[in-house]
Design a protein around this ligand. Structure first.
Ligand code: 9GP
Length: 839
C-alpha cells in the first residue's frame, strides 16, 4: 500500500495498462460478464450446475473486484496526500454480511439485481447465502463496524486493526429443555470473498523469553528467547456510501514461524513436530465469547499482545516510509484504543521507541501520550481488565518492566501534586496490591493517552466521577470527554428497511443519497406528521416488516406467529445488568393477569407478541438459566388456548447481525431496561428508534439522549435513577424488606415460577434467589414502575393514530445518532485528522 508520490508510469505501455482497467461505474452488461467470468474461472463451475451458493460466490467476487479498485485508489490517494491518519484498534469487528451493504454503498444494487435476474437467479436468495462475519460479541464490536462504514463515507483516512479469528462467536442452539448449547462457528469454511490475504505483510511477534536491561544507562533493554510467531495480514475493504473512498480493515492471523520442527520430525516425533505450529495457530483461532466481563486467561493476553504488536509494527513501517523524524509520529498518527483490550500498545510503543529507535524515556513518553486515545465502554467492575503481574512478567517480561517504570514516574508526579496522600497513591497506582498483584489496564490506558472518552453523556460523567475520578483531579477535566455512540443509517435503515427508506425520500423530497449522509435531515418528517397518507403508508410498512419477521420464524423455526398484534422486542447479550429477567417476569405477570380475566375482559386488552434473542457467555450460569426460563414460559403460554391470542412469547435462537436486520424494522416497542448507571450507551436502542419503533427503557445510557431528542412524551421511561442506586443497594444489604411486603406483585410471580407453573421444579431457584437475596440489579425496586410503564404502552398502542405519529416523530429526531457524527467527533475533537477524498 505504499506509493511515494514521485513515481512515473512504472513499466510497459501506459495506454495498454489503461485500456485494461475495469470501469467501476459498471454497466449491467459488464456486471453479467464479470459474474459469468468468475463462475467459469475463479469457481471453475458451469452455468448448468450452478446453485445459489455458487452464484452468491461469483457475485461476491465480482463486487470484490469493484471494491479492490476503489481500495487501491484510496490507498494511493492516502499515500500521495500523506495526511494524518487514525487507526482504530479493536479486538472485535462484528461486520455481519457484506454483499448487500457493498452493492448499496457502491450504488450498484439495481444493476446487480438486474444482472443476476438475467442469469436466472434472484438477488435476495443469493444475499441469504452469505455467512455473517461474527468477529464480535455485541455492541462494542458492532460499533466498531459502524464507525468503519462512517469513516469511509466521511472520506476520513482511518484503518481498523483486529484479529482474523478462525471461529467467530459461537452458534447458539437451544435444547428441548431450553438449555443454551454452543457450537463452533467455522465461518471461513465457505471461503471468504471479502478478504485479501497479504502474504507479504508479515511480522514476527515474540512471547516469553528474557528481558535484560542494558548497563549503559540508556534505559534500553534486550528482549530475547521465548516463542516467536508470525502475524500475517488479511485486508478487508470497507466501502463508503456513494464515494470511492474505501478504507481498510486489516486483520491478523497467527502462524508458526518455521512450519514445524524438522529435528523432531526426523526423529519420528510427529506430534512434537507440529506442537509449536499448533500453539502459534491457537492465538487467533477463537474469539473469546465474553461481553462485559474479563477473565485473566493467558491465551487472551497473547491475543492482545499479538494484535497490538503486529499493528504497531505495521503502523511504524508505514510511518517510516514517509522519511519523517520519529518525533513527528503523533503529527501523522492517532491510535484509538477501543476499550482497554489494546492497552498493551502503550508499553509496546515505548519498547519500540526506546529499545529499537534509541529514544530517551522522556521523548518516548511524549510521543506515546500524544498518539493514543482511549475509549471506555463500561464502568462495570467485572469488565474492567486487570492482568496478574506474574502472568505479564512471564509472557511479556520487557513490557512488565516498562509498566513498572511508567508507574514509578507516575507515582512520583502524583506524590508531587498531592504530597503525603498515600491512599490516593494506592488508588491511582497501575499496580493493585494483593496476591497476586494486578495491573489495572484502565489506569494504564488513561495515563498513556492524550484523551479519554465515554460513549454517552451519562456514562462519560460516570467515568469522570467514579472509576477515573482521581485522574480527573490529577490531570484536569479537559483530558476527559464524551462521544455519544451512533449507528450507520446505511445498514440500519436503508439496507434493513428499504421500503421505509424509500418512503422517507419521497416524503422529504430529498434523494436518499443525500439524507443518508446527513441524517439530521430526517427532521423534515416532522412537517408531515399529520399527513394521513403518510401515516397510512408508514403503518403498512411496519405491517409488512412484521410479516417478513413472521415468515423468517415460519421458515427457520416452523412456528406460525400472529402479525396483527403489537411486537415487543428485547435483543441483546444476556446479562443480569440488562435485566432480561425483569422482562420475562413482567411477561409472567401479564399472563397471570390475563388468566384471571373473563373472556370478555380479555378482548379489551392489547394483544402482543414478545420476542427475545441473545447469547449468554458459555460460563454465565444465571444468564443461561434466564434463557431456559424464557423458553419454558414460552412453551406454556403459547399453548394456553385461553390466552395465546392475547399474549405469545418467542426466544429466537442464534441472534446475529443478520437476524437483527429482520427483527428491528418489525418492532412497535423495544426494551432497553438496564439498571440505571450500568449500560454505558446501548446502540440497538438507536436502531429501533431509527426504524420508527418506540422505546421502553430506564433512564440509562443513550436512552437519555434519545429521549432528549424525541421528547419524553414519545418514550416510555420507568425505574430508579442512577444517583439512587448506591443507596438502594445499601438498603438491600442492611435493611432488607421482605419481598412480599416490598413488591407483592413480583413475589407472586416468583412464587408461580417456584411452584412449578413452567415446569422444571427447583431449577430456577438460583436465578430467583439473585432477586430474593441482595437483588443487586434492583428488580424489587423497579418492578412496579416497570409494570406501570408496560400498561402505559398498552394504552398508547390502542390509539393507533397517535401511535403512528409518535413513530414518525421518533424516526424524525434520530439525526444525532449517525456514526457519521460520531466519527467526525473523534476526527475533530480527538485525532485531529481531515478528510482525504478520492477523486
Ligand atoms: O456495554 C457497552 C454498551 O452499552 C455500549 O453501547 C457498547 C459500545 O460502546 O459497549 C459496551 N461495552 C462492552 O462491550 C465492554 O466494555
Amino acid at each position: 500500500d505504499e506509493v511515494t508520490g514521485k513515481e512515473k508510469w512504472p513499466r510497459g505501455e501506459e495506454a495498454v495498462w489503461k485500456a485494461g482497467l475495469r470501469d467501476v461505474d459498471a454497466e449491467e452488461k459488464t456486471i453479467t460478464n464479470s459474474i459469468v467470468n468468475h463462475v467459469q474461472t475463479s469457481l471453475a463451475r458451469q452455468a448448468y450446475n450452478l446453485d445459489n451458493l455458487g452464484a452468491y460466490q461469483a457475485v461476491a467476487l465480482s463486487v470484490r473486484d469493484d471494491l479492490i479498485i476503489n481500495w487501491n485508489e484510496t490507498q494511493l490517494t492516502y499515500s500521495r496526500k500523506a495526511p494524518k491518519r487514525a487507526y482504530y484498534l479493536s479486538l472485535e469487528f462484528l461486520m455481519g454480511r457484506s454483499l448487500d451493504n457493498s452493492i448499496l454503498n457502491l450504488g450498484l444494487k439495481d444493476k446487480y439485481a438486474g444482472g443476476v435476474d438475467k442469469l436466472g437467479f434472484n438477488l435476495e436468495d443469493l444475499l441469504d447465502q452469505e455467512r455473517d462475519a461474527a468477529l464480535g460479541n455485541g455492541g462494542l464490536g458492532r460499533l466498531a463496524a459502524c464507525l468503519l462504514d462512517s469513516s469511509s463515507t466521511q472520506e476520513l483516512p482511518v484503518w481498523g486493526y483486529g484479529l482474523r479469528y478462525k471461529y467467530g462467536i459461537f452458534k447458539q442452539l437451544i435444547s428441548p429443555e431450553g438449555q443454551q448449547l454452543e457450537a463452533p462457528d467455522p465461518w471461513l469454511d465457505h471461503q471468504n470473498p471479502w478478504e485479501l490475504p497479504r502474504l507479504d505483510v508479515i511480522y514476527d511477534v515474540r512471547f516469553y523469553g528474557e528481558a535484560k536491561r542494558s548497563s549503559d544507562g540508556s534505559g534500553r533493554a534486550e528482549w530475547s528467547g521465548g516463542q516467536e510467531v508470525v502475524a500475517q495480514a488479511y485486508d478487508v475493504p470497507i466501502p463508503g456510501y456513494h464515494t470511492k473512498n474505501t478504507n481498510n480493515l486489516r486483520l491478523w492471523e497467527s502462524k508458526p514461524k518455521s512450519g514445524f520442527d524438522l529435528n523432531s520430525f526426523n526423529a519420528g516425533n510427529y506430534e512434537g513436530a507440529i506442537e509449536s505450529s499448533n500453539s502459534a495457530a491457537a492465538i487467533t483461532s477463537v474469539l473469546y465469547p465474553n461481553d462485559n466481563t474479563s477473565f485473566g486467561k493467558e491465551l487472551r493476553l497473547k491475543q492482545q499482545y499479538f494484535w497490538t504488536a503486529a499493528s504497531l509494527a505495521d503502523i511504524m513501517r508505514r510511518f517510516k516510509n514517509q522519511d519523517k523524524p520519529i518525533s513527528a509520529f503523533p503529527e501523522f498518527i492517532a491510535v484509538q484504543l477501543n476499550d482497554t483490550h489494546p492497552t498493551l500498545a502503550i508499553p509496546e510503543l515505548m519498547r519500540i521507541l526506546i529499545d529499537e529507535e534509541d529514544q530517551t524515556w522522556d521523548k518516548a513518553w511524549d510521543i506515546v501520550t500524544n498518539t493514543f486515545f482511549y475509549t471506555n465502554h463500561t464502568v462495570l467492575p467485572e469488565a474492567l481488565e486487570k492482568w496478574p503481574v506474574p502472568l505479564l512478567q512471564h509472557v511479556l517480561p520487557r513490557h512488565m518492566q516498562i509498566i513498572f517504570d511508567i508507574n514509578l514516574f507516575f507515582m512520583g508526579q502524583v506524590e508531587k501534586k498531592f504530597p503525603g496522600d498515600r491512599e490516593r497513591l494506592a488508588r491511582m497506582s497501575l499496580i493493585e496490591e494483593g496476591s497476586p498483584q494486578q495491573v489495572r489496564m484502565a489506569h494504564l490506558a488513561c495515563i498513556g493517552s492524550r484523551r479519554v472518552n465515554g460513549v454517552a453523556e451519562l456514562h462519560s460523567d460516570l467515568v469522570k466521577t467514579t472509576i477515573l475520578k482521581d485522574f480527573v483531579e490529577f490531570y484536569g477535566i479537559s483530558r476527559f470527554g464524551n462521544v455519544t455512540n451512533g449507528i450507520t443509517p446505511r445498514r440500519w435503515l436503508d439496507q434493513c428497511n428499504p421500503t421505509l427508506s424509500a418512503l422517507i425520500s419521497s416524503t422529504l423530497k430529498i434523494p436518499k443519497e443525500v439524507w443518508l449522509k446527513d441524517l439530521p435531515k430526517l427532521e423534515g418528517l416532522l412537517a408531515h406528521v399529520d399527513d394521513p397518507e403518510l401515516a397510512k403508508t408508514w403503518a403498512e410498512i411496519k405491517q409488512a416488516n412484521k410479516e417478513r419477521l413472521a415468515h423468517w420464524v415460519q421458515v427457520n423455526l416452523g412456528l406460525k406467529i400472529n402479525t396483527n398484534v403489537m411486537y415487543d422486542i428485547q435483543i441483546k447479550r444476556l446479562h443480569e445488568y440488562k435485566r432480561q429477567t425483569l422482562n420475562i417476569l413482567g411477561v409472567i405477570h401479564r399472563y397471570l393477569q390475563l388468566k384471571a380475566l373473563t373472556p370478555e375482559e380479555r378482548k379489551k386488552t392489547n394483544r402482543k407478541a414478545v420476542f427475545f434473542a441473545g447469547k449468554a457467555a458459555p460460563g454465565y450460569y444465571i444468564a443461561k438459566l434466564t434463557i431456559r426460563l424464557i423458553v419454558n414460559v414460552a412453551r406454556i403460554i403459547n399453548a394456553d388456548k385461553d390466552t395465546n391470542e392475547f399474549l405469545s412469547l418467542y426466544f429466537l435462537p442464534d441472534y446475529s447481525v443478520s437476524l437483527a436486520e429482520v427483527l428491528i424494522p418489525s418492532s412497535d416497542i423495544s426494551q432497553h431496561i438496564s439498571t440505571a448507571g450500568t449500560e454505558a450507551s446501548g446502540t440497538s436502542n438507536m436502531k429501533f428508534c431509527l426504524n420508527g419503533g418506540l422505546l421502553l427503557g430506564t433512564v440509562d445510557g443513550a436512552n437519555i439522549e434519545i429521549a432528549e431528542e424525541v421528547g419524553e412524551s414519545n418514550v416510555f421511561f420507568f425505574g430508579h435513577l442512577t444517583p439512587d442506586v448506591e443507596d438502594l443497594r445499601y438498603q438491600h444489604q442492611y435493611h432488607a424488606i421482605p419481598i412480599e411486603e416490598k413488591c407483592p406483585a413480583l413475589a407472586n410471580v416468583l412464587n408461580a415460577v417456584s411452584g412449578g407453573l413452567f415446569g422444571d421444579g427447583g431449577v430456577y431457584e438460583p436465578l430467583l434467589n439473585t432477586i430474593r437475596q441482595g437483588d443487586h440489579y434492583l428488580l424489587t425496586d423497579d418492578f412496579d414502575s416497570y409494570i406501570q410503564a408496560l400498561a402505559m404502552v398498552d394504552v398508547a398502542y390502542l390509539d393507533q393514530k397517535e401511535w403512528i405519529k409518535k413513530s414518525i416523530r421518533t424516526t424524525a429526531k434520530m439525526g444525532k445518532f449517525s456514526t457519521d457524527r460520531a466519527i467526525q467527533d473523534y476526527a475533530q475533537e480527538y485525532w485531529n485528522i481531515e478528510s482525504a477524498k478520492v477523486e
